[in-house]
Write a protein that binds this ligand. Sequence first.
Ligand code: C2E
Ligand code: CA
Ligand code: CA
Length: 404
Amino acid sequence: MDPFKGRVLILDDEHAVGRSIELMANHLGFEPKSVTDASDFFEAIRTWNPTHIILDLVMPGMDGVEVLQRLGAEGCEANIGITSGIGKRVLHAAKRSAAEHGLHAIEILPKPFSVAALSAFLSVDQQEPTEKRRRAQLTPEIYEPVTMSDIQVAIEQRQIQLVFQPKIDCMTRMVRGFEALARWHHPVRGIIMPDRFIPLSERIGLIGAITNQVIELSLDWYSGLESNTHLSISINISAKTLGSSDFPDELEMSCKSRSIKPSQVILEVTETAATDDQLLALDMFTRLRMKGFHISIDDFGVGNSTLAMLARLPFSEIKVDKSFAMTAGSFNESRAIIQSTVDLSHSLDLHVVTEGVEDAETLNFLEEIGCDFAQGYHIARPMPGDKVIEWMARRTEDYRLNLL
Ligand code: C2E
Ligand code: CA
Ligand code: CA
């Protein structure tokens, strides 16, 4: 058995600094190695396979951001601690850039740092297998690109099914509705996620057929849900669907035939859909709103919406993009964006949902700042329709026991 808890690789141009971190890491039960230049560093990454990396960001003749980029490109799986005497703001920006390059478990270790800070960093649990690692373990054919004829077959054979993710009230923690999310059950490849077939279906003109099936499946499931009157059903609608002038009447008929009130249905459209053709969007949203449907602007904050558009189009809800909640624990900026979006939404009389809530702290923060609703893995992952009743019963019990 390896006598060490892990291997720590240190890159710092000052040998003495590297050496002192080595001593601390060794004291904490880790095998350390320190290097002072990038070529030795990448050589050690290849041959020594460190579990943890401590990287000085600012070194003469070397660019720490470039080192992070290269680590990302090489698919580095180690926990990374970035350190430097420069200000925290720059360290935070570097952390963000590292995350965007696909690196994970990135910690900031401002200099000079203590044994306690190093100990906290080194005790970060070995993370769950990343998506990349997981994919590498699967057979490659699963990740071959899907084609137009695959999608045609999926539609004809009704291979697209739905999962549902709950949305809760931040203050009372009660369930307020569900969002329907598409999953393609491929007979050979297994479950294919929407990011791999929705954008393609939009490009090749097959999204309309998919949207129709998703609407029918969502409404069928929802109308079978007992006492659904206080719950909403959110359905993602592609921009392309908004181009069809029959859409509001057809949707109204689909609801009517199942005795569903349009006011229980929320249509989620992305910012891009709303900005592509503003006049078309204005007409379509107005017709839908006149029939009683609600419209939510999805992925808010990452597209190119303008404040004017928010005021002009008749939305009922803003859905803050999940990237903000997912980083709210580490970045003041993310919290500031969520808070100002909540304030903005309320001043425009809109409800606001924050999605991507992955921990209790973020949910508490949302409650504090007055966000209306929350959605995310901390509350529940998307689940098949037949699991929802069970989940709601468990949640009611947790609520009764004051566990939420
Ligand atoms: P979206 O509408 O923004 O949906 C939210 C996505 O975030 C879902 O991914 C959901 O599983 C994921 N998610 C929820 N909570 C968390 C969390 O706490 N952490 C993280 N990391 N992720 C979370 P999913 O199901 O893969 O869907 C991806 C996108 O595909 C959706 O993004 C939506 O734009 C699109 N999509 C899904 N179903 C449909 C559909 O029926 N029609 C259309 N047009 N688009 C769809
Ligand atoms: Ca959505
Ligand atoms: Ca979203």
